[in-house]
Ligand binder design. Structure first.
Ligand SMILES: Nc1ncnc2c1ncn2[C@@H]1O[C@H](COP(=O)(O)OP(=O)(O)OP(=O)(O)O)[C@@H](O)[C@H]1O
Length: 248
């Protein structure tokens, strides 16, 4: 995916908000890219534009030769909230993207994915009967069921408790290693970005710009315990200093 000089202004009652300023980025096929930055730096604006859910004021985003101006079948998005429909059971929630595309749900693929994320046997449960982590796993299945090549994740685990978040980070790492999908993942957490990413895009606050792109080369699979190693902590501090320095 290629982002070329993407800028976004929002017109509000109190004036124009300059949310993104000439952001250019080449996302490599199959990479795990994390976007890290303070609240309000335009991370969601950038991701939503990549999903074709927001239009840019200037610049363009492409997947291969396709210009992204509306949702694209190869690009799926996962939000902070699982956004399952409360009146549908899991199976019918996962079937929704197929219904929208007027195609038949790929039952074999869905069963495999449910098994993969530990939700086999829960097909007939309703969202209220599931924990937050389980709901988010279901939303991952819903996104992967249509087999997109790019998965956009907007702080998907931000609302979960620390243990569930660790579990979900391990799961998404495994899924990424197994499927080779391109994942673009927004987070506020330096540790989460370092745990997951091949590269971290550090953004600066308004107007949102790319401050720095950091390569992360810890070998995979990365265990949760890597986060307490001196090397990991040193990298967290490096990025923290980069962000603090920018504020000064
Ligand atoms: N629809 C909108 N109308 C007006 N201003 C908006 C709109 N959406 C976002 N903004 C503003 O644009 C800026 C960037 O917002 P955005 O949500 O992209 O940032 P973010 O980095 O994702 O923030 P957070 O981490 O808090 O979710 C913010 O100042 C926000 O208030």
């Amino acid at each position: 995916m290629t982002v070329s000089s993407a800028s976004k202004h929002y017109a509000t009652r109190s004036g124009t908000v300059h949310a993104l300023d000439r952001v250019s980025l080449q996302v490599r096929e199959g990479e795990f890219l994390c976007i890290l930055g303070p609240s309000g730096c335009g991370k969601s604006t950038l991701l939503w534009s990549m999903a074709g859910l927001h239009s840019l004021s200037n610049g363009e985003i492409r997947l291969g030769s396709d210009k992204i101006e509306k949702p694209h079948p190869e690009i799926a998005m996962i939000f902070q909230e699982a956004n399952l429909l409360p009146w549908r059971n899991l199976e019918n929630n996962i079937a929704l993207p197929f219904e929208l595309k007027r195609t038949r749900p790929d039952k074999a693929r869905i069963a495999k994915l449910l098994q993969r994320v530990g939700l086999a046997g829960f097909e007939h449960k309703f969202p209220r009967e599931l924990s937050g982590g389980m709901q988010q796993r279901a939303s991952i299945v819903r996104s992967l069921a249509v087999n997109p090549s790019v998965l956009l994740m907007d702080e998907p685990f931000g609302a979960l408790d620390a243990f569930t978040r660790d579990e979900m980070n391990l799961l998404i790492q495994e899924i990424w290693m197994e499927t080779g999908k391109t994942i673009i993942f927004i987070t506020h957490s330096i540790a989460e970005a370092l745990f997951l990413a091949d590269r971290i895009v550090v953004m600066s606050a308004r107007p949102g710009r790319i401050q720095e792109i950091v390569d992360v080369d810890f070998p995979r699979p990365r265990p949760v315990s890597i986060q307490s190693t001196p090397e990991f902590i040193a990298r967290v501090n490096d990025i923290k200093a980069m962000i603090d320095h920018r504020k000064a």
